[in-house]
Every structure is written in structure tokens, then in C-alpha cells.
Design a protein around this ligand. Structure first.
Ligand SMILES: NC(=O)c1ccc[n+]([C@@H]2O[C@H](COP(=O)([O-])OP(=O)(O)OC[C@H]3O[C@@H](n4cnc5c(N)ncnc54)[C@H](OP(=O)(O)O)[C@@H]3O)[C@@H](O)[C@H]2O)c1
Length: 273
């Protein structure tokens, strides 16, 4: 599968679409000569075109017309409209990949109107440094090959996992929103470091590298986080005192409730204003 020979259109190259198209071009997965993008505003289109070295316009139908792979990266409420704009050139040989939260593949398939393979992907912003997490699922006209193509694309910006579509809102609440939760935790740990006398830059470094290291150990060993936590917690030592504060402050239940709320919101986003 040589993706560099595919014509690709990225519709809605904002934060997420922009991260993806920039990475695909930088990693030479896609050819700049065969890649186009769109945004809503003319002035952003010309600035982005200069930055990425590809044509960027505001006409979705024109961008998608000859494309083999079409990324839909607009806000959830705009997805159906954009899919309808590209309906006239949509065909079963094309692959449409939507990164929009909340919007089911069936809604995109209906708007496209023909039996176009649709893959839904839920990436997160750490894709910007190649450490993203993307969950993928397929619509009714997509098969293993389309999932493989989409997985190969997202693999250049991090890890990928294939899930049933019924899990996509849960994924949104956990890994797509997750970086925001972790940034708040990091900010708080850095603030704590300042409180106990560390310079802010040192405190931020300690907090960030500790988070990265702990996550890396979970991924590399596959060990249960509770076991790894126990290995840090010496009887009558310092860590257990810290953990007692976390339990009293209901950190666990707060994080669980945050993911549940975000996943619930993901269920309704496509249908709200
Ligand atoms: N941000 C995340 O962490 C994240 C993670 C996973 C999934 N997503 C999904 O990614 C999608 C985009 O989110 P975002 O955070 O990247 O938002 P964003 O930065 O606002 O990007 C949206 C982009 O769509 C463009 N746009 C709006 N209407 C358009 C239209 N009719 N035709 C073509 N382009 C249009 C905007 O153009 P202008 O630049 O000209 O305004 C903007 O570039 C959402 O569906 C979201 O659920 C986001």
C-alpha cells in the first residue's frame, strides 16, 4: 500500500486536521503534489497553504472531487453539511475518514448518499509529537482494507486501536478529552512543587517527566497500575501519606466522573448547536 500515490483531501484543516496533514506531509506518508485541504475562511486558507506547501481553499466539493481519501475534520455540527457538499463526487472507490466526535458513520453515509466506505477515527492532540492515541471503527460499507489504510495513516502520529462504533463516545471522553485532564494534573503537580520550594521550571519538568515515565511503564510492562503504585508505596513512607490526601480529595471518583460526563456529552454533540 503506497499512500504517497493517493490523492488526499483534508476538509477542515483546523487544530486536528492541521496536525494530521502536517504530520502526514512531514513524514512523507503523503505527497504534497497530491494533497489538498480546506478551511472556512479565505485568509486562513492562504496562510495555511504557505505554511504547508499544498493548495488550501474553501471549496470542499472541488477538493474532494478527485480525492481517493477524504478526511472530514470540521466540528461535529458541520459534518453532515460538508458530507452533503461532497455528495456529487462520492463513490464506493473513495475512502472517507471522519475525526469528528459524536457523529455516527451512518449519518455520514446518509449524507454522502452512495455506498462510500466510511471510517470514523478519534485521535487526540499529542498526535502533534507522534504520541497520539487514535481509536478507529468502520461504517457499514468499509472493510478490513479501509481500516488498514486508516490505521496506517494514524500510526504515523501515535498508537492506534480498532474498536466497535458503540465505544466511540467512551473513547472521546477518555483519550480525546484526556490530554486536558492530564494537563490540569500536571499544572497542579507543578504548582505543588512551587509550594514546596522548587523553581517553577524544575517543578514542571519533574511533573511532566514523571507522568511520561509512569505512562511508559504501564505501556511497556502491561502491569496493572495498582501493582506499579504499590511498588512506589513503602510502608509508613512518604507516598502513602500523599495517597491518603488523594483519596480524601476523591481524585479517583472525580476522574471517573469527568470521563463519564465527557462521554455523555459526546453522545449529544452532533445533534446540538
Ligand atoms: N481538538 C481535539 O483535541 C480533537 C480530538 C479529536 C477529534 N477532534 C475533532 O476534530 C474536529 C475539529 O476539531 P478542532 O479542534 O480541530 O476544531 P477547529 O480547530 O475549530 O477546526 C475546524 C476547522 O474547520 C474549518 N471549517 C469550518 N467550517 C468548514 C466548512 N464548511 N468547510 C471547510 N472547513 C470548515 C475551520 O476553518 P477556519 O480555520 O477558517 O475557521 C477550521 O479550520 C471536531 O469534529 C472534533 O470533534 C478534535
Amino acid at each position: 500500500m503506497n499512500l504517497a500515490e493517493k490523492r488526499v483531501a483534508v476538509l477542515g484543516a483546523g487544530k486536528m486536521g492541521g496536525i494530521l496533514v502536517k504530520a502526514f506531509l512531514e513524514k512523507q506518508l503523503l505527497s504534497p503534489a497530491l494533497t489538498t485541504a480546506t478551511v472556512q475562511h479565505e485568509e486562513r486558507a492562504s496562510a495555511l497553504s504557505k505554511k504547508l506547501g499544498i493548495p488550501v481553499g474553501t471549496d470542499n466539493a472541488a477538493a474532494a472531487k478527485d480525492a481517493d481519501i477524504v478526511f472530514i475534520c470540521v466540528k461535529p455540527q458541520a459534518v453532515a453539511g460538508v458530507a452533503e457538499e461532497i455528495r456529487s463526487s462520492a463513490r464506493p472507490e473513495q475512502l472517507v475518514i471522519s475525526v469528528a466526535a459524536s457523529v455516527p458513520t451512518s449519518q455520514i453515509e446518509n449524507a454522502l448518499g452512495s455506498k462510500v466506505p466510511v471510517v470514523r477515527a478519534m485521535p487526540n492532540t499529542p498526535c502533534v509529537i507522534g504520541l497520539g492515541m487514535t481509536a478507529l471503527c468502520k461504517g457499514q460499507h468499509a472493510g478490513t482494507r479501509e481500516l488498514e489504510i486508516a490505521s496506517a495513516l494514524f500510526a504515523v502520529v501515535g498508537r492506534t486501536v480498532v474498536v466497535d462504533e458503540k465505544h466511540m463516545d467512551a473513547v472521546t471522553g477518555l483519550s480525546a478529552s484526556g490530554p486536558a485532564y492530564i494537563y490540569i494534573i500536571l499544572e497542579s503537580l507543578a504548582e505543588a512543587g512551587v509550594k514546596v520550594g522548587l523553581p517553577r521550571d524544575v517543578a514542571t519538568l519533574l511533573a511532566a517527566q514523571t507522568t511520561l515515565g509512569a505512562a511508559g511503564v504501564v505501556l511497556e510492562t502491561g502491569d496493572h497500575p495498582a501493582l506499579l503504585k504499590d511498588a512506589v508505596t513503602t510502608p509508613a513512607g512518604c507516598t502513602i501519606d500523599g495517597i491518603l490526601e488523594l483519596e480524601e480529595g476523591k481524585l479517583r471518583v472525580t476522574l471517573i466522573k469527568a470521563v463519564v460526563k465527557a462521554a455523555q456529552r459526546a453522545k449529544e454533540l452532533a445533534y446540538s448547536g
